[in-house]
Ligand binder design. Structure first.
Ligand code: LMR
Length: 356
């Protein structure tokens, strides 16, 4: 009996020692981060940033810029490891990974956040924003505040809004000029019911699928077309497997940069300061460069691809706006009157002041 007791106590001691050593070896950076609270940053810590687009896009370059700024501001003590092209997680998986603490930063397009709160659908409404100024006014104002507040119930912290630009339509079936031209076609769309319902108004079918499956869907002709920003169409070479593109600017595509609230709260003050400063500078940089990237890449497509490009005339755009307008009333009970009204006010101001 005595020797059994001695054996058991040695076993318990052994397990406890192994666990202690194991934890110290496996999670050195986490330990150090907490210890550094008073002393400043001493050891390298690594945070992960996952996104689904290519590097030569407004989001891809912003993520790299953020990593570079954090590195500089922390004198190399904080490393942001960026995983582009969905190499770590797909666009839907990354939200789950954030909540589970497997990744520290993500920047999904806002269209994918309707699954967290229907408030986000407001940004997918057709022709919600006339231009980048209108987007900035909305997201830096009450619309942006309300959307970030809606994340709190999921313990997610919204860090910044990054922009990409306006969506265009590509198709293989024929030129798309009038709202009836998409009739009977299937288009890959982001995971958003508002977008799907917009296409129903055009008698077309929206197939909700991940960004990284789009090229394959187009190439294998499982869908006839898709809608996206120029930078995504360019960097993923959708123009190589599509015959027609319409510059319709019919919807906005931008990003919410997010982190886990509990994780954020646990960070030392100095780390939070560095990350916040770097995020602010990156956001300003992103706002300055996104429009130009989309413009330059459209020029590249024009010069190097046989895809036929049509730009909607004012008259044509008005016809699209009219056809798609019923989705505003359809979603009023879901999104809420207040948010919809904010968009209506911005439309009035920006579509008219630009003579659009
Ligand atoms: C898409 O799924 O088409 C976009 O959300 C991709 C992106 O992140 O820009």
């Amino acid at each position: 009996m005595k020797s059994l007791l001695a054996f058991l106590s040695m076993l318990v001691f052994g397990i406890a020692t192994a666990l202690y050593i194991g934890f110290h070896d496996n999670f050195p950076s986490r330990d150090r981060i907490y210890d550094d609270e008073q002393e400043g940053l001493k050891e390298l810590v690594v945070f992960k940033f996952s996104h689904v687009v290519a590097e030569n896009t407004p989001k891809g370059l912003a993520a790299k810029k953020f990593a570079q700024l954090v590195n500089e501001k922390s004198a190399g003590k904080i490393k942001i490891e960026v995983f582009p092209n969905g190499s770590l997680y797909s666009d839907i998986e990354e939200i789950k990974a954030l909540k589970e603490g497997d990744v520290q930063f993500i920047a999904p397009s806002t269209s994918k956040l309707g699954m967290l709160s229907p408030d986000w659908f407001v940004l997918d409404l057709p022709y919600a924003f006339a231009d980048y100024d209108a987007v900035r006014e909305g997201l830096h104002g009450k619309i942006g505040d309300q959307l970030f507040a809606s994340l709190q119930k999921d313990r997610i912290k919204g860090l910044a809004y990054w922009t990409n630009g306006f969506k265009q339509i590509t198709s293989n079936k024929g030129p798309v000029k009038n709202p009836d031209d998409l009739k009977g076609q299937t288009l890959r769309i982001m995971q958003s019911n508002v977008i799907e319902d917009q296409f129903k108004l055009l008698h077309a079918k929206g197939r909700q699928d991940s960004f990284n499956s789009t090229f394959q869907l187009l190439e294998s002709k499982k869908v006839d077309g898709e809608e996206n920003t120029i930078s995504n169409i360019y960097s993923k070479k959708f123009y190589n497997v599509q015959n027609y593109m319409t510059i319709s600017n019919h919807g906005y595509l931008g990003y919410a940069v997010m982190t886990d609230q509990t994780w954020w709260n646990s960070l030392p003050k100095e780390t939070k300061r560095i990350l916040s400063e770097a995020m602010k500078e990156t956001t300003e940089w992103n706002e300055k460069h996104a429009a130009k990237m989309n413009k330059d890449q459209l020029q590249q497509i024009r010069e190097h691809s046989p895809i036929l490009i049509h730009e909607l005339t004012d008259e044509e755009r008005k016809a699209w706006m009219k056809r798609l307008d019923p989705v505003y009333d359809q979603y009023k009970p879901i999104i809420g009157e207040h948010l919809i009204q904010q968009v209506r006010d911005l439309q009035k101001q920006h579509f008219t002041s630009n003579g659009q």
